[in-house]
Design a protein around this ligand. Structure first.
Ligand code: GLU
Length: 394
């Protein structure tokens, strides 16, 4: 059959849907441009301004005409700084040559999966999951295997669940701790138990997305597989960055550390895609990784206070409930009692948008009957948003 060229998209593209976090945020921006008063709790980004020393580093780079191509995998200075970050903050000791810098963590994940998946390869993803994981897997021709988790189980998978899901064609396990959208955070003891399962299945790679590591509210050191189990380091790729920690989402810098073969494979793809990440953003990220880190504790405590206020307010609204997230800055809210009125959670999210609050339906994350909010907004906006949600559901 001959198609009209203007209507032809690839099979790979037709397998995926647009990002629903980004779609809702774009919608909120468009409504605001029309003059509507919309509070956006749909996207996860800190409302704090980027730290002054990072701004200065970007200005200095501009003044120094640091505006040319850099090495595809990032400048030597940034790869060194990122290696320092992996060792200091995540306990992962890795040479700078096994670090790649990308245009946001999302690009690193995209390249890792695209560089390793063949059609039919299975990828295990605990749900609720971050919106882009399954879409990237499907785009790359992989098969998404859902590992459902529950609020009662802390939104964490068990070793038995992992063991039962692995087949000879399993290629990846995606772990995100602290997790988006639930805040689920794996303690070391649970990661060690998952590692025991993984040792029995050498075909399985692990993508450990640790982008929210600085935002843990439970105390103790951050636990991550590559640090806990050096014997698995040859098949663990750890994702980190400065977007969430240093309020630099728009600068688009993510970093990944992993085995040499995989980092090279990702670099090969990156060389034909974006090439290097933006030079000025890289200069800012060097300052973020090597500059003062103590303000991160103040920021985390402000997020903790917001979390506590938001969780209490949500649980006081009839028909809404949320567990206390251990990390990140999202609440996954159950709204099942309201579902008969709306039909599905997308309709509920649109209803809330009509009442001036942008949220993302739980189904975007492989969940159901609820919605996610980000509490990375200032206290007054959060309080206003929660009143609007209460009125909208009354
Ligand atoms: N990761 C953030 C979120 O989930 C940013 C938006 C996105 O890329 O999905 O809101």
């Amino acid at each position: 059959m001959i198609h009209k060229a203007s209507h032809m998209t690839s099979q790979a593209l037709d397998r995926i849907a647009p990002s629903r976090t980004n779609a809702m945020t774009d919608r909120a921006i468009a409504l605001r441009a029309e003059g509507r008063d919309i509070i956006s709790l749909s996207v996860g980004e800190p409302d704090f301004p980027m730290p002054a020393h990072v701004k200065q580093a970007v200005r200095d780079a501009l003044d120094a005409d640091d505006t040319r191509y850099t090495a595809v995998a990032g400048t030597a200075a940034l790869r060194e700084a990122a290696a320092l970050h992996f060792a200091r903050d995540l306990g992962i000791s890795v040479p700078a040559g096994q670090v790649i810098v990308s245009a946001g963590g999302k690009q690193a994940i995209f390249h890792a999966l695209l560089a390793t998946l063949d059609p039919g390869d299975e990828v295990l993803i605990p749900s609720p999951w971050w919106v882009s994981y399954p879409e990237i897997v499907r785009f790359a021709g992989g098969v998404v295997v859902d590992l459902p988790t529950t609020a009662a189980g802390g939104f964490r998978i068990t070793p038995a669940q992992l063991e039962a899901a692995i087949t000879p064609t399993t290629r990846w396990l995606l772990l995100n701790s602290p997790g988006n959208p639930t805040g689920a955070t794996y303690p070391a003891v649970e990661l060690l138990a998952l590692a025991d399962v993984l040792r029995r299945h050498p075909q399985v790679l692990v993508l450990s997305d640790d982008i929210y590591a600085p935002l843990r509210y439970t105390g103790g050191a951050h636990a991550t597989l590559a640090a806990l189990c050096p014997d698995l380091a040859e098949r663990v790729l750890t994702i980190s960055g400065v977007s969430k920690s240093h309020a630099m989402t728009g600068l688009r810098i993510g970093v990944a550390a992993g085995p040499d073969w995989l980092v090279r494979a990702m670099g090969k793809l990156q060389s034909h895609n974006s090439g290097n990440p933006a030079s000025l953003s890289q200069a800012g990220a060097v300052a973020a990784f090597t500059g003062p880190q103590d303000f991160l504790i103040d920021w985390r405590e402000r997020f903790r206070a917001r979390r506590d206020a938001v969780v209490a307010a949500i649980n006081a609204i009839p028909g809404l409930s949320t567990p206390v997230p251990d990390g990140a800055f999202y609440c996954m809210i159950d709204a099942a009692p309201h579902m008969p009125r709306f039909g599905d959670d997308e309709a509920l999210a649109l209803h809330l948008l009509e009442h001036g609050v942008a949220v993302v339906a739980a189904s975007a994350f492989g969940g159901h009957d609820g919605f996610r909010i980000s509490f990375a907004a200032d206290e007054a906006r959060l309080a206003d948003a929660l009143h609007r949600i209460e009125r909208a559901l009354a």
